[in-house]
Design a protein around this ligand. Sequence first.
Ligand code: AP5
Length: 217
Amino acid sequence: MRLVIMGPPGAGKGTQAAMIAEKYFVPHVSTGDIFRKNLKEGTPLGLKAKEYMNKGLLVPDEIVVEIVRDRLVEGDCKKGFLLDGFPRTVAQASALDEVLQKMDMKLDHVLNIDVRKETLIERAVGRRVCTVCGATYHVKYNCPSRVGICDVCDGKLIQREDDREETVVKRIEVYLEQTQPLIKYYSDKGLLADIDGQKEIEEVWEQITGVLGRDNK
Ligand code: AP5
């Protein structure tokens, strides 16, 4: 299964993507996670990406496309993949089309998670992430069993730097301007499945399994 999950910042893409990867046995390829990992390791890519991420801006297309191109040729992507946070511009989407065409592959579905602006801000600002394994929580909607500590690995939970309210507002503006046009792009290709992300995590998951099939593939 070859999938894209899209939606505005804080919509719940990463939360649902982790569940999809587990149920359907596809690697979860998140460009945001790749940048954060590089930043943590202090690589030149991470330091470059930070300049954009902390301002709520997109990392330039040519950098992102190269990363995804390299990732998709890895062995674990042969049977399928889930792209989370990519593509984010029409230029990235057409670059992805070219890459897949060369690999003789096609996307099966593009899941578009739709959530209201006020909810996006509340979700992003209240998000906490594990500094060790990257698991995601929310102070109100998805609490860890111990405050500030990851259930999975006992790591420390922190707020992402780009989850400050003013940066989240900027990220939403950037989404509306640069990423929202992809809804039409993929709808015209007959690939788009709209998901009501306003609902609770389990109800969003029900809609997604309704699109992808209840059985593992
Ligand atoms: P990225 O990491 O991709 O961030 P994003 O798209 O802004 O998405 P988020 O991670 O903020 O949110 P999400 O939708 O995954 O929500 P989550 O599941 O965590 O990108 C970060 C930055 O990297 C970008 O700004 C850009 O600079 C750069 N970048 C990345 N890709 C790029 C690209 N292709 N091109 C250029 N630049 C790129 O959920 C949010 C919170 O809500 C959590 O606390 C969660 O527990 C909670 N929650 C989730 N679902 C629900 C629900 N249904 N009900 C209640 N709470 C919920």
